[in-house]
Write a protein that binds this ligand. Structure first.
Ligand code: MG
Length: 301
């Protein structure tokens, strides 16, 4: 099932939907009203927290819709979780070729990590799949791209075993871990600031539920103004999803709606010779097989 958060044109309210075709979305709240359901389904976080009971309602809606679908030419898809309740968990160096290209730039003969590198992006960084990514040359001019598979946590937990981890996954989305590269390095080597500016976490265009996709073999690609910059497959993830969930949840509670961005493959701007950065007017396209495509223009504030 493909779940979306959308906005009807010329309105401000965010609505939840089931995308049933390229152009059509079933409005979940309207459908639930028709059925007489009292479940909370007005935000994606409600739906995820509702667990299997809510998913059964959505399956019923998808199988026997009672309202006319909303046409997507009259709506705009937004980030499926527009305002996460906490920071987005991110993984650094999780594709070997990206690890190596980073090592080449740093010239530090780094050893392969024994544990994943974790950092976070602020919730305010979240951006829609077709929204403008703000550019402020007074802050930085080194704007870089990072296509990543996003994992959405369903049932929360702590000290989750690798064997049990996939049971805690609600679904998958696309994230571009857009990074202001000099800010990332400027602050004592802590990545949080350079990866948390407003609008630097485009997410979407939907969440594909875990029962509908195999995350272990998905092509992913990032293009800037039509030129392919990154092209890989999630089978090359160094630390696989169960290991990420296990390590992250050790002594730290994961909750429904938490987001884990699993790391980016090779081909980022800073490792190119010479380095490349996005400019205002560039079109950033981020795509993962089976999930969809995001198109974000780089623009001035
Ligand atoms: Mg990243």
């Amino acid at each position: 099932m493909r779940l979306v958060t959308y906005q009807l044109l010329n309105t401000t309210a965010l609505r939840t939907g089931i995308q049933i075709s390229r152009d059509e979305v079933l409005d979940i709240v309207n459908e639930a009203l028709e059925i007489g359901s009292s479940y909370r389904v007005s935000t994606m976080l409600d739906i995820i927290a509702g667990g299997e009971v809510t998913m059964n309602l959505l399956r019923e809606i998808e199988a026997h819709p009672k309202t006319a679908p909303v046409m997507l030419n009259k709506a705009l898809l937004k980030a499926p979780i527009p305002r996460p309740t906490k920071n987005i968990f991110c993984v650094g160096w999780n594709y070997l070729d990206h690890f190596n290209e980073g090592g080449e730039v740093a010239k530090d003969n780094r050893e392969l990590p024994a544990y994943p590198v974790f950092f976070t992006k602020a919730p305010t960084a979240v951006n829609g799949p077709y929204d403008v990514i703000p550019f402020d040359e007074n802050i930085s001019t080194q704007l870089d791209w990072e296509v990543e598979l996003g994992v959405i946590v369903g049932e929360g937990g702590k000290n989750i075993s690798e064997a049990d981890a996939m049971r805690h996954v609600f679904g998958y989305t696309i994230i571009n871990d857009v990074t202001w590269r000099d800010l990332q390095r400027r602050h004592g080597g802590q990545w949080h600031k350079g990866k948390s500016l407003d609008g630097t976490c485009p997410m979407g265009p939907c969440i594909v539920t875990a029962d509908a996709i195999d995350p272990t073999n998905l092509d992913l690609e990032c293009r800037v103004s039509g030129v392919v910059k990154q092209q890989s497959n999630t089978k090359h993830l160094y630390f696989k999803i169960p290991r990420l969930i296990h390590d992250l949840s050790e002594g730290m509670t994961l909750e429904a709606g938490d987001i884990i961005s699993t790391g980016t493959p090779e081909g980022v701007g800073f490792a190119r010779k010479p380095p490349e950065w996005m400019q205002p007017g560039d079109l950033l396209e981020t795509t993962i097989e089976g999930i969809g495509i995001m198109r974000n223009v780089i623009g001035f504030y």
